[in-house]
Write a protein that binds this ligand. Structure first.
Ligand code: SF4
Length: 146
């Protein structure tokens, strides 16, 4: 199966702070014979490394901690990730929890106070709306053993 994954899971240092989030569960998917299709929606949207952290606001805009409106970059990156999923026939995406691009069902609330709320990252929402099964790494084990 072709599985879309957040690129930072594979050790790519693409997070806002230049770090990665290498995840052995994702590597295991590859060992189990799945074909991993990495995307970083924020880089696909033209953002740089490092970049100011951003959160989705209650009105839907994406703002950086220093007040820059990066909504358009997040949308462009989400659309590009969706195109890559389509081109590769992906029906499943495993994305990084709580990211404003990749988070599934739970994200930070826009106040930059580490407060969580229900919601989706911009790319995760678009992929789910396209019909992909979208999950974060914290729910991958459940899916693997279904
Ligand atoms: Fe990782 Fe997604 Fe953030 Fe890129 S946008 S660094 S893939 S969580």
């Amino acid at each position: 199966m072709n599985i879309l994954v957040s690129h930072c899971f594979l050790g790519e240092p693409c997070r806002y702070d230049g770090a990665s989030r290498l995840d052995r569960q994702i590597i295991e998917l590859h060992r189990a014979g799945h074909n991993l299709i990495p995307v970083c929606p924020e880089l696909l949207g033209g953002l740089d490394i490092p970049r100011s952290p951003a959160e989705i606001q209650p009105d839907g805009r994406v703002l950086t901690q220093d007040g820059q409106d990066v909504t358009n970059a997040y949308r462009v990156g989400a659309e590009r990730a969706a195109e890559i999923a389509r081109e590769n026939g992906c029906t499943v995406a495993v994305l990084k929890a709580r990211s404003p691009s990749c988070g599934c069902r739970e994200i930070y609330d826009g106040s930059f106070t580490h407060t969580l709320t229900s919601g989706w990252g911009v790319a995760a929402r678009l992929l789910a709306d396209m019909g992909l099964e979208v999950m974060d790494e914290e729910h991958l084990q459940t899916w693997l053993y279904l």
